[in-house]
Ligand binder design. Structure first.
Ligand code: PBG
Length: 326
């Protein structure tokens, strides 16, 4: 015992001494190929509409989609996720499976603009129904199996329009089996499905709903998951894997890192995470208030997603990340 000096058993700080050493032992990295950019296209507008709580995010007119896709490509983005906001709404969302409906037109426009861009369609009904629910309603609730039939129609039309990947977000039971069967029967055995497999009923969707879904006053609690349930969260994703989902997903992200890690430990499929509108808005608001540093917080959040087990990240920050990473 030498005059009260304590000697640590091991010195972790040896590998933290210089930035070269820290980079050498860094376990998690970000690449542009990790990111998927969501794009919102709204019918009936002629100029981009700003989303108030989401600075730098817009709903674009259809006439600007080609330009947006080309700009994203030139920045290094290689995958986009298309959302349509329809003015041709009806009780069932039939525009989603119209041969010349908004969904089909968006896919064709995006693929024409940049044939090598991976074009993914968000496959749901909520932006195409008068009531705003994610499917056919019956007695104030969504009729699961009737919705599946329409979902089959929708994904076949999307595939015919040239989509590269289908991404069903409606949280209907059996949706992956139904989609796989419909795609295969129509000759699209090669088109992968990225399931919104574990999607929670979340207040983090608030800004998106304010901007896009303002007529919707209900809840999605009978189809989206209770955020209190971790075992069920795993079960939902494992069920989608069993039904043939090629990629699984957790949505939202930041508050659900435990769920990501849990699914990662139980599945070998690629895993995506959706960094949603509320997560984006909170960072923007915090940065605008001068209480956090935007770039550092975003990079830390993205690394956290990958560390927790995500392979892919869907984020409104994809274009900004291109500036920051390159
Ligand atoms: C609905 C849908 C949601 C989002 C996109 N499409 C969730 C919801 O309203 O339940 C949220 C996207 C976001 O918040 O970034 N299928």
């Amino acid at each position: 015992m030498s005059n009260n000096l304590i000697t640590p058993d091991f010195r972790f700080r040896r590998l933290r001494r210089t930035s070269a050493l820290r980079e050498l032992v860094r376990e998690t990295h970000l690449r542009m190929s990790d990111f998927i950019l969501p794009i919102f296209i709204e019918e009936g507008i002629n100029a981009p509409v700003a989303i108030k709580s989401m600075p730098d995010v817009y709903r674009y007119p259809e006439s600007q989609l080609a330009e947006i896709v080309t700009r994203a490509w030139s920045k290094g983005i290689r995958a986009v996720l298309l959302f349509g906001v329809s003015t041709h709404k009806d009780e069932v969302g039939s525009d989603t499976w119209a041969q010349d409906g908004l969904l089909a037109r968006m896919i064709r426009t995006a693929k024409n603009a940049q044939p090598d861009m991976l074009v993914i369609s968000d496959n749901c009904f909520c932006e195409y129904t008068t009531h705003g629910h994610c499917g056919v309603t019956h007695k104030n609730d969504v009729d699961n199996d009737a919705t599946l039939v329409n979902l089959q129609r929708q994904v076949v039309v999307a595939a015919q329009a040239g989509v590269d990947m289908i991404a069903p977000s409606g949280m209907m039971d059996g949706m992956i089996s139904a989609i796989r069967q419909a795609l295969d029967e129509a000759g699209f055995t090669h088109i992968p499905v990225m399931s919104y497999s574990t999607k929670f009923a979340s207040a983090f969707y608030g800004p998106f709903r304010d901007a896009v879904d303002s007529t919707f006053k209900g809840t999605r609690n009978t189809y989206q998951m209770d955020f209190a349930n971790a075992r069920e969260a795993l079960s939902e994703s494992m069920q989608d894997e069993a039904e043939g989902a090629d990629i699984l997903m957790v949505k939202p992200g930041t508050a659900y890192l435990d769920i990501l890690a849990h699914i990662r430990a139980n599945s070998s499929r690629p895993l995506a995470v959706y960094h949603v509108s509320g997560e984006y808005a909170m960072i923007k608001a915090g940065a605008a208030a001068g209480v956090i540093d935007e770039k550092s917080i975003v990079l830390e959040t993205m690394i956290a997603f990958k560390r927790a087990g995500a392979d892919l990240i869907i984020t409104y920050y994809a274009e900004k990340l291109a500036d920051w990473i390159n």
